[in-house]
Design a binder for this molecule. Sequence first.
Ligand code: T1G
Length: 682
Amino acid sequence: MNTTLPAAILSIEGDIAILAINHPPVNALSQVVRESLVKGMTQAQANPAVRAIVLICEGRTFLAGADITEFGKPPQSPSLFEAQDAIELGNKPVIAAIHGTSLGGGFEVALCCHYRVAVPSAKCGLPEVHLGLLPGAGGTQRLPRIVGAAKALDMITGGLHVKAAECLAMGLLDELVPEGQLREGALAFARKVIDEKRPLRKVRDLDGKMLGARAHPELFVEFRKANARKFRGFLAPEYNIRCIEAAVNLPFTEGMQTERKLFLELVSGPQSIAQRYAFFAERQAAKIPDLPTDTPVVKVAKVGIIGAGTMGGGIAMNFANVGIPVVLIETAQDALDRGLAVVRRNYENTVKRGRLSKDAMENRLALLTGSLNMQSLSDCDLVIEAVFEDMAVKKTIFAQLDAIAKPGAVLATNTSALDVNEIASAVKRPEAVVGMHFFSPANVMKLLEVVRGAKTSNTALATAMDIGKKIGKVAVMSGVCPGFIGNRILRARGLQAQAMLMEGCMPWDIDRVLYEFGMPMGPFAMSDLAGLDLGWSAATSQSSTIREVLCEKGRRGQKTGAGYYDYDEARNAHPSEVTQGIITEFMQRSGQVRRDISDTEILERCLFAMVNEACKILDEGIAIRASDIDVVWINGYGWPVYRGGPMHYADSIGRRVIADKLKAYGTLMGADFHISPSLEKS
Ligand code: T1G
């Protein structure tokens, strides 16, 4: 006998009820799901034949959290709390049957079940912190009661998705059932619960782990100190910590009140609004309006990478990490050996940090082969060129590649700014050419700019976007222009920063303002990190810029112990009298008179110049939508996600206000500066 509910089917097998939720795409706890939980549980508990209830989901995953699209709208009953009470306070044992990713409110529902089983491929987590929130349905109070305060702090403030085996070890799961047999396994477990007369075990009643933590309040002090840098500027981590402190020190009901109060503060605050915006923006970026969703995609079974330098090696790791073999091409054996050695060292560091097993490292390294012969690329489905940023060199390589690569192969360039159309002109199959701009370090940074050339085919574009997601990148499509989206905006900011050095600022003034805004570092610290001599040549240097003079003096950045800053042995940056002297001399030579520049002016000229360039990028159709630009800067340059990105930030200030401020700065913005048409009209 089956009962159909708004987003579920309730069925009875013998003395076990099965409530199967079905609400694609991820069984989010929308109103219809909450209603189905209350109705299904009530009916099953009222049925005298039923002695246990299995809660399971159809589709790709168990409940994956509250429906984020409902936030900021009037609440619709029943509430998530009512749905949880219908489970936890019922008169029959409820077993959660978990697959996919049981996250946020979804896992909080599972924690209200009396027992939890999962397939080995499942993951559980309370990642609300990534949305600028906290687990607002009892997760901060129930999780520590099972795993203890220390593990709860890591899991919740890290927003971790924890593998089923680890969840079992921590006591979050009662049993792992065979992969692909979740329903059968859950029913068998329910049978045991009935036959063994297991109790209605409620997590809220567990207190053993809390007693232990109560005796060690220093845990929270140390945790805050150890994570201060990582949590800098964010509200949600601190609020999550306070909730876990409440779980340790207060009775359950009072702890729940603390959680509710802090959740309500976060959910209506600008940081969570920005982080929820960023969550959806990232998913929007994958949607290219004029690219049919059924566009054929090349299956990438083997990748070729030309250039085994820092970028080439880092790019190669992305593919090896997901089991795709890579052949790395170099022109000389020592360069090839060096490149492969860097890759091995990167993996060894990850193993040392305990984030990769030695076997996994060896398996990945086994997927990487090196060759001095470009013919080795002939069976690759995707070839990525990652050589020196010189157009002539790139065109020569693509012409050679054209004669070697197999029909249908996608030919990508990792260029960070050069004209993809010109590169494509070097081959007879320009439709196969696409830009895949990785960000350094390529094995770490999540952003991938996929550059669509004038002749790039839909298949080449779709393949680049698809493989980008498969290797864990956030792919954003860009049109062709110097610097594409991210670096073009970076340049606009850099022009203001450099100009202000000639008006009275020192590099450390500008870096401080942007660091305090939330950027990981300012433009001058970034330049020192990357190396001031990128693209510089002693042969042609003429002391014409501050950067040239620094390079001529051997101050080429962190790697030389000095650049804009002086660096100590621990590579800590210190303001430099040498740099100050160079800047002062430059100002005197050009007759500039120093003036005091406020932090506000520094911030506005840097950020508003970025917004203006972003508007031009939209005006020119280089980016599809404003939120794509935000995704680029959050994932490629460390724009603080709690501020949503340059365009979200612009909207929070008002584009009209920005246009007026830019006009007020007038010629200070530079002789070549002009306001974007769309910003002008806003
Ligand atoms: N609400 C609404 N829509 C969601 C959603 C959610 N929670 N999760 C995903 N979607 C949409 C997404 O926008 C996309 O839509 C589609 O589903 C597939 O997503 C009270 C307050 C589950 C790991 O943080 O991490 O519970 O673009 O492309 O790569 O304490 O989605 O197809 O139209 O990401 O396979 C807590 C968020 C919420 C989990 C699947 N939960 N989701 O990844 O697919 S707050 C989360 C994810 C909360 C409680 C608190 C991932 C995923 P479209 P996708 P995927």
